[in-house]
Design a protein around this ligand. Structure first.
Ligand SMILES: [Zn+2]
Length: 337
């Protein structure tokens, strides 16, 4: 089969389009003929080696959709030909965290890599039936961003009438957060680097749009939008460049969700404001395995809308990474195979 493999960490040139043996499903495993893979920031971090070097070449990519192609012994839930979405959260399934449905807290938790390929083998519990009314590309665009956003909105106890600020609102996670927050009845302040995406953000439900340039401080704008009160929830995926502003933009008793460090992870700030203002700092990384099967039907019913910026054939994975890193996106980038 054709697959993108990484042999050593590096820039987009390390994404090699290669011939690889088709994997065989073992006990309890299913082989999926992938038709689309969603590109996530995670894939870029994997490529750069942020999660470690590669003892052997790896196929990146966590989100994907396709058809069941073969089943291993012991598979009870799936049959050949069914359309499926990969739920890329892998955990032990038997510890206290797993049993209470908080798989990312499992000590064996990891995120599956391997959807930049024509075939992938996953455990049967890592598949969800693909609902009707969605294309493979749309189905592959949902997993990590929507599961992550839904999980932190639940844990932040987001309530109707509250306000939320979303940094990087035009990315996959940003638009997922925007849509899920609107569905909960929150007022959404979306932050973007490009003024010409403001109108589109409003079409997807943003109540306010702030345009941000590196070096700006948006906290004054936030305070004037909120009559000096600040926002109930601030979702920060940028880290170093924005985290201090997130602290000064959140209201007393509010929640800062830290869900990425795309501008770096080292931050210096006054911890005094966190305790005096009773701020909760909530770390977010994927979410409960129960979320994806619950959310997928909302897409077929048009309550949530997949937002796809662009699709690339698998062999152009390097161009998709280049676009994500250097050119900005509105929604998801998809690879097709
Ligand atoms: Zn576990």
């Amino acid at each position: 089969m054709k697959a993108i493999r990484i042999h050593e960490p590096g820039d987009i040139a390390v994404l090699r389009y290669e011939d690889v043996d088709v994997p065989e499903p073992g006990y309890g495993q299913v082989r999926v003929r992938l038709r689309a893979a969603g590109v996530n920031h995670r894939d870029v971090w994997v490529r750069r080696g942020n999660f470690g070097a590669f003892p052997e070449p790896i196929i990146p990519g966590s989100d994907g959709a396709g058809e069941v192609d073969a089943i291993g012994p012991g598979v009870t839930q799936w049959s050949v030909g069914q359309k499926v979405v990969i739920n890329p959260a892998v955990s032990c399934g038997v510890c206290v965290a797993c049993l209470r449905g908080d798989q990312p807290a499992c000590r064996s938790f990891r995120i599956f890599d391997g959807t930049y390929a024509e075939y992938a083998v996953v455990a049967q519990e890592n598949l969800v039936a693909m609902p009707g009314g969605l294309t493979f590309a749309e189905a592959a665009s949902i997993g990590i961003p929507y599961v992550t956003a839904e999980d932190f909105l639940v844990r932040a106890q987001a309530l109707p009438g509250q306000s939320i600020l979303v940094w990087g609102a035009t990315g996959g996670l940003g638009l997922a957060t925007l849509q899920l927050a609107k569905l909960r009845g929150l007022k959404v302040v979306a932050v973007t680097r490009s003024a010409n995406r403001s109108e589109k953000l409003r079409q997807y439900g943003a109540d306010e749009v702030l345009v941000y340039t590196t070096g700006d401080d948006i906290s004054d704008a936030v305070m004037s939008l909120t009559q000096g009160r600040g926002l109930d929830i601030v979702v920060d995926s940028l880290g170093r460049e924005t985290f201090v502003q997130s602290i000064s933009s959140v209201t007393r008793g509010g929640v800062i969700v830290t869900v990425g460090t795309t501008t770096g992870g080292q931050v210096s700030f006054d911890v005094g404001r966190i305790f005096r203002h009773r701020v909760t700092v909530l770390g977010a990384f994927m979410g409960s395995a129960a979320i994806l099967p619950r959310l997928l039907p909302l897409f077929s019913r048009g309550i949530l809308v997949p937002v796809i910026d662009n699709s690339f054939p698998l062999e152009q994975a390097d161009q998709a990474h280049d676009k994500m890193e250097n050119h900005g996106v509105f929604g998801k980038l998809i690879l097709t195979m």
